[in-house]
Ligand binder design. Sequence first.
Ligand code: BES
Ligand code: MN
Ligand code: ZN
Length: 494
Amino acid sequence: MKIQLKTTSLLAITTDCIVIATWGNKLLSSGAEVLDQRLKGALTAFLKKTTQLDNAGDSVFFTLREKELNAAQLLLVNLGNKKELTIDVFKKAMDKVAMSLEAIRCKSVCFAFDDITFKDANIGQAVRTTAIALQQATYRYEIYKSKPKTSALEQVIILGNKAQEKILQAAAKQAEATVSGMNLTMDLANCPPNICQPEYLATQAKQLMKKFSSVTTKVLDEKALKKIGAGAILAVGQGSNHKPKLIIIEYRGAAKTEQPHVLVGKGITFDTGGNNLKSFDGMLGMKYDMCGAASVLGVMKAIAELKLKINVVGMIAAAENMPGQDAYRPEDIITSLSGQTIEVLNTDAEGRLVLCDALTYAERYKPKSVIDIATLTGAIITCLGDINTGLFSNNDQLAEQVQQAAATSQDGVWRLPISSAYDAMINSNFADIKNIGGPAAGSITAACFLARFTKKYPWAHLDVAGTASVKLGMNRKATGRPVPLLIEYLLQQV
Ligand code: BES
Ligand code: MN
Ligand code: ZN
């Protein structure tokens, strides 16, 4: 998706469709007034009589006669009370607008944003919100269909005024990179598990190195993991023929001496549950158990495109959780990379096991912050649904930064506690720690498990089981979350 900024008159723009804001009182925005004049007041007249724009978020096409303007049609969208406009109202309106544009198979669209101000956001956020709405409406994963449908949308023009030029220019670039990152994340997430295996994720990470001179990719294979003593990730992968990998993507945007921010993604390419085998209902959708890893790859691609002036390390703990002859069992005791011993009580609580070794490995980067992204618990879906990602942290300042980035990017999180009373629930009779607590407070005890491996740096954990993919009939579909949140967080670190 190409996003272009223009500060000319609306009349000069050649496009399939111009999206124009109207306000609750039906007055046109100033950018549209020139159009109305050219159309001899036809727009104002239409607005007076139409009943299709009564509520905020409503939109309606206004078809033009041939050669009347350089655009084929207008899409009028009611943004409500001009002084009360919030980014949330705007997002809902743009989600609908994007679907209408896709429905008419629009190739080129122009958004007249020259006269929009928000109570709680800036115009740059509006550009990113619009781009994401278009990405969501136009994205399809149909490469395995004999007749794949593709979206027609190619060009997005943002019309702004001169005063906004700088902020809009930056926002257009960020929006383009966010969309590009989300596309990669969703393609990987949707990819079937007979293709997307640990090896495949490693190849994807190496492709980033090929494409960007700022990126270096290293892959620790089974042999290397044995050598360093990463017993937890090895245990999870031992039931599969597709052996586990710890994939490390180093992005250099600042001096070598500058400490990096680290992102760690759960990359279970398929979660059968292992010997604690999942049911039919429980197993469908488990190709999405590598959404954390997919979001790390998407974010690394986006920041490399943006040439962000910070250092970031993306890590992916990749394994396939299978039952079988060699699979790990309940009551096995394994030794993690940290040296802490773990009693496995449920082989379906595998995410925390692959992550704990990656989180220990992250120590060697002396990171400024570490954020892990994981489809870790079904319990977080019971708790927060598909609305908010679960946030856990050992550092209030980091948690607040993540919450702020979530608000700005409209990619919501909700913080939950990880206090000592919960932590006590994962003490083991036979080892240092056991891999399940509960059944009560399942998402929290999972986070407490990770917290035992992240004592040496500021750390946040995002449980995206409910938000990275959402129900679609019998299985699920990828959303691209929390890529917008993570990009916003990293933009704030520059
Ligand atoms: N990958 C699942 C969590 C999950 C469930 C993600 C549903 C998306 C949708 C995770 O590995 C898992 O199986 N968790 C168990 C933990 C339990 C055994 C303590 C769960 O949530 O039931
Ligand atoms: Mn599992
Ligand atoms: Zn899992």
